[in-house]
Design a protein around this ligand. Structure first.
Ligand SMILES: Nc1ncnc2c1ncn2[C@@H]1O[C@H](COP(=O)(O)OP(=O)(O)O)[C@@H](O)[C@H]1O
Ligand SMILES: [Mg+2]
Length: 195
């Protein structure tokens, strides 16, 4: 699981302290980590902590998958967490296409067969090209077929995501999803005004 530098210090979910407005999301993510629910969608405005919590949950899963006496490193392979920031993925796809890079489809097919937990951070209302929608669909569909679970964060209502061209993706996800609407205020703004 590779994440932006500014979230490297984010603690795994088990050690995280919830900020006001994050309690319901943290509770749902504990269930997600423990395999008690399938997919989770965190919906909330900018800065309420969606990415922070998603990374905390991903780290908790990855920790739980570390080496065990009985299973060795297999355990961690079975719990391969794939963290995808959707806007940067879309930018990467655009760059790959303009370079004529043909590995992209293979990379997605491989990920869709190997990751056991998929985190789609910041799935938005940005209009998807047909190719980008297809790549995301390959990923989500592969995960869905294996009954692996997905965590989505977004700041736009699902119907707006559907209209962006991601309808097939959303329909796969919501079949077994818990939707948590986060109500917290912008934590970045709070830190800024407190200084
Ligand atoms: N529970 C938490 N504990 C500590 N820092 C947090 C917590 N939740 C959010 N933050 C911090 O608040 C800021 C905004 O959170 P972020 O997850 O980036 O928001 P969003 O993805 O919803 O826009 C980030 O700097 C993040 O690290
Ligand atoms: Mg975010």
């Amino acid at each position: 699981m590779k994440v932006d530098k500014r979230y490297e210090k984010t603690l795994p979910l088990g050690e995280l302290e919830a900020k006001p407005g994050q309690e319901a999301a943290v509770a749902a993510l504990h269930e997600w980590v423990e395999d008690k629910c399938a997919n989770v969608v965190l919906l909330g405005s900018v800065g309420c902590g969606k990415t922070h919590l998603a990374i905390a949950a991903g780290k908790e899963v990855a920790l739980a998958g570390f080496y065990t006496e009985e299973e060795g490193w297999l355990a961690s392979q079975r719990r391969h967490v794939c963290f995808v920031n959707v806007p940067s993925l879309l930018a990467d796809l655009r760059a790959a296409i303009s370079r004529g890079n043909e590995d992209t489809a293979d990379r997605f097919a491989h990920l869709s067969k190997t990751c056991t937990r998929l985190i789609l951070d910041d799935l938005g209302a940005e209009r998807l090209t047909e190719y980008a929608a297809e790549m995301l669909y390959v990923l989500v569909d592969g995960v869905y077929r294996r009954e692996a679970s997905v965590l989505v964060t977004t700041n736009v209502p699902l119907k707006d995501i559907v209209e962006s061209g991601a309808g097939r993706i959303i329909s796969r996800l919501i079949e077994r999803a818990t939707l948590v609407k986060m109500t917290g205020s912008d934590l970045r703004l709070e830190t800024f005004t407190r200084k």
